[in-house]
Design a protein around this ligand. Structure first.
Ligand code: SF4
Length: 488
């Protein structure tokens, strides 16, 4: 599909909106009219007689639609908004599909809801979502409920707060839907990388702790994520956790999460080690409790093993366990997904995070198994069931985000029993404080203490680059102190 961007600069927003209607199409942007055949969308801005005219002409799958709006005041916001309305108007008519999130293409609906509540008050924020952004009643309420659940966490946050993220980008094998840069530990190359990786990671933890100390930052939460941190042996986990604890000031740390991840990595020895090291929140991620689906997506564990791992963790004394589920997996059915939700609830998991399948270009599923994809409607039913059943079972939605290329344009929502919110998820998703991140693929996000400015420091993506380019990477961390001395 060719999308023309003529006379305006909103190519990013235009492409995102087109993607909402055509998540799996190749969208090609052009900035000058050409003689191109096929599906076309022409988005245009003209200024005439002091008026700004915004128009969209779409011709897709043999159907054509036009929309035009004239505004008398030129501001970027007005142009962007009115152009989006034209595009939305054409595409809803051509596809006969009305996205539940309306015009909203952003990753963080609850962040926007929080901002609007602050600026306009609760009721006006909801009205803005519904009337201006055309978000459905249900999704508006969801974003609002998330914002309400986060209130106390926002209130407790301080200008000097920060969290630490430790990246373990290795997995026991690669799941077919995964787009993450994780290395399957079954390959001998990845195995060779792991030991030096752990050594470097420990060095980076020590260096980062110095920056935190020198800038008088206060550690609120620690999160070991991946990949699958559960691939670490008990000794390796203990070594890294103790490196964190021995170098950071832990006196204000309110949460220590270790994403054990897949059941095929979990043993009682490892769980006991985590518990003894002071980890108070873990994640065991079944994704589905259907063995056929698990096999199809290349996860090398069964539903029974996930339940067993959960019971093991419960018996060891973990009382804050997250389970991730995914709606829209290939081979799954609405009924199968409903069973998975029911199962996670019946186990009593304190956190249940419901993801909608997102297929990035780098996942094997997109490149090899595209046929498995016509699941949008089913995924919407799955998510509706999850939302209804979880809230009826006493769970509250406390964080959310959206991804591009998500089945049915759906959202990912973290649900929890009251009081069991994962603080790190809220800090990170709502960007309310700095996250210092260590390891391959990790991105440090510096948040200015007194305004909403965010700056990122990227680590190398892959473990081999991380190991070989470690010195350069460490130099980049100088920016932490520069940033705080500028914005403090
Ligand atoms: S466990 Fe997670 S990170 Fe690892 S391959 Fe599977 S989806 Fe990707």
């Amino acid at each position: 599909m060719t999308v023309y961007i003529i006379g305006h600069k909103f190519h990013f927003e235009t492409e995102n909106l087109c993607r909402m209607f055509y998540p799996n199409s190749d969208i090609h942007l052009e900035y000058e009219m050409q003689d191109i055949q096929g599906d076309l969308i022409i988005t245009k801005m003209n200024i005439a007689d002091g008026n700004t005219v915004l128009s969209v002409d779409a011709s897709i799958d043999g159907k054509t639609e036009k929309a035009e709006r004239t505004i008398d005041i030129y501001t970027d916001d007005e142009v962007e908004y009115n152009l989006a309305l034209c595009l939305y108007d054409c595409l809803t008519k051509i596809t006969d599909y009305t996205p539940a999130w309306g015009l909203l293409t952003g990753v963080r609906p609850s962040k926007l809801m929080n901002r609007l509540i602050e600026e306009k008050g609760e009721e006006n924020a909801k009205t803005y979502f519904k009337n201006k952004l055309l978000v459905s009643e249900g999704k508006t309420q969801l974003a609002f409920d998330v914002a309400m659940a986060q209130k106390q966490i926002f209130n407790d946050n301080r200008a000097d707060s920060f969290s630490l993220y430790v990246s373990i980008p290795f997995c026991p094998s690669r799941c077919s839907y995964c787009s993450f840069v994780s290395h399957s530990i079954t390959s001998s190359n990845a195995k060779k990388l792991l030991e030096p990786y752990i050594e470097n990671l420990a060095k980076e933890i020590v260096i980062t702790a110095d920056y935190a100390k020198n800038n008088n930052l206060r550690l609120e939460s620690v999160y070991f994520g991946g990949g699958t941190p559960g691939i670490l042996s008990a000794e390796q986990s203990e070594f890294l956790i103790n490196t964190v604890k021995n170098n950071f000031d832990m006196s204000f740390c309110r949460e220590f999460t270790f994403e054990s991840g897949r059941a095929d990595t979990i043993t009682d020895e490892k769980l006991l080690t985590l518990k003894n090291c002071g980890v108070d929140r873990i994640s065991i991620n079944p994704q589905t409790f259907d063995n056929g689906v698990l096999e199809l997506i290349g996860r090398k564990h069964t539903a029974e093993e996930a339940v067993e791992a959960y019971r093991l963790a419960q018996n060891i004394g973990f009382d804050s366990i997250n389970m991730d589920l995914i709606a829209g997996l290939p081979g799954d059915t609405v009924e199968g997904f409903m069973n998975s939700v029911d199962k996670a609830i019946s186990l009593g998991a304190e956190n249940i995070t419901v993801h909608a399948l997102a297929l990035k270009r780098s996942s094997n599923l997109v490149t090899k198994e595209n046929a498995a994809l016509s699941q949008d409607m089913a995924a919407a039913q799955m998510i509706d069931y999850a939302n209804k059943t979880l809230s009826e079972s006493g769970y509250i939605p406390y964080y959310m985000y959206r991804q591009s290329r998500c089945v049915g344009n759906l959202e990912n929502v973290g649900w929890c029993l009251p009081g069991k919110e994962c603080l790190y998820n809220v800090y990170m998703m709502e960007e309310i404080h700095t996250v210092l991140a260590v390891g391959a693929g990790a991105v440090t996000k510096l948040k200015a203490p007194h305004d909403n400015l965010i700056e990122r420091i990227f680590n190398y993506k892959y473990p081999y680059e991380y190991n070989t380019g470690f010195d350069t990477l460490v130099e980049r961390k100088n920016r932490i102190s520069e940033f705080y001395s500028t914005y403090n």
